[in-house]
Design a protein around this ligand. Structure first.
Ligand SMILES: Nc1nc2c(ncn2[C@@H]2O[C@H](COP(=O)(O)OP(=O)(O)OP(=O)(O)O)[C@@H](O)[C@H]2O)c(=O)[nH]1
Ligand SMILES: [Mg+2]
Length: 281
């Protein structure tokens, strides 16, 4: 078996969906460990997840999605070091990590294709592209900001830059540490791994999650997402470049940050062109 899979599910107040997500994830091929990180929920999410068969780790207070994912990955490592406690077979190889949001519910059963390139050793990280498009609120500002920022930093524009459904090797996950805080997680991870030459590919999967509307709570959620994305981009874009992007061309500015992107529609980042400086953090 080409490596095994551990599912990490960050969850905050998902008592209505996490049980189905855990049950579906447990049945995925190659999965022998499902860890739910309860990120300071107040609705009994932890009990529902444990009832569904997950190992649950709790944050006493809400620390944000990235912290929840980091805690989950650490829990998997601990279980690997004490396999008897988690009824997992002692494996020579560390588990690959399948990151799934708690609000996928039963649709998580369709996540297997996301792991295949990683299990096959042809990708270091896969990013899901949801084929079932739920009508969402908002104007796509956060998604566009993240996509444009990732393209500026790497030359590649992901289809769904904020999609949290990802599968990574342990090595890739370690290479992405420290994770960008909060909702900057996905943006930071994509930039950092592509800059380190990791093989990142998108996989279309019929997953769906809770639609976020246009009510005040959802707008605040998007504002928090936007803040997280902007922080992750700012930390990864050298000041000079950021300054040059703002300067008019005649003052030595760059043409509004447009960069080259792969035109062959492969959904994969372009290989570094000769002379391109791979800027390490
Ligand atoms: N909202 C929220 N979710 C968290 C937090 N920590 C972990 N999560 C989990 O992170 C996952 C993604 O959160 P969602 O609220 O679904 O956000 P999203 O799907 O990325 O964003 P939208 O596409 O705008 O709905 C879910 O499993 C949440 O339960 C947190 O602090 N706030
Ligand atoms: Mg969601």
């Amino acid at each position: 078996m080409p490596g095994k899979l551990a599912v990490v599910i960050p969850a905050r107040n998902e008592a209505d969906r996490v049980g189905d997500t855990v049950a579906a994830a447990t049945g995925l091929p190659g999965v022998d460990l499902v860890v739910v990180v309860d990120d300071g929920s107040t609705d009994g999410t932890a009990a529902v997840a444990a009832q569904a068969g997950a190992y649950v780790v709790r944050h006493a207070r809400n620390r944000g999605k990235a912290a929840a994912v980091a805690t989950g990955a650490e829990a998997v490592r601990l279980f690997e070091s004490r396999p008897a406690e988690a009824a997992v077979e002692p494996a020579g190889e560390p588990h690959h990590l399948l990151l799934l949001d708690a609000d996928l519910a039963g649709s998580a059963a369709a996540a297997a294709p996301l792991a295949e390139p990683v299990l096959a050793g042809t990708a270091d990280m896969t990013i899901a592209v949801f084929t079932d498009r739920v009508r969402r609120g908002g104007f796509g500002v956060v998604t566009t900001t993240a996509g444009a920022g990732i393209e500026r930093a790497t030359g590649w524009r992901p289809t769904q830059p904020l999609n949290g459904q990802r599968c990574l090797t342990r090595a890739a996950f370690t290479a992405a540490l420290p994770l960008a805080a909060g909702w900057g997680l996905e943006t930071g991870m994509s930039i950092d791994l592509i800059r380190q030459g990791m093989r990142v590919t998108e996989v279309e999967v019929p997953l769906s999650h809770r639609a976020t509307g246009n009510d005040l709570g959802s707008q605040l959620h998007r504002l928090r997402q936007l803040a997280g994305v902007l922080r992750a981009l700012a930390a990864r874009e050298p000041l000079v470049l950021r300054a040059r992007r703002l300067l008019p061309r005649e003052a030595g500015g760059r043409d509004g940050g447009r960069t080259r992107s792969r035109k062959d529609g492969s959904g994969e980042p372009p290989p570094p062109a000769s002379g391109d400086a791979i800027m390490s953090r």
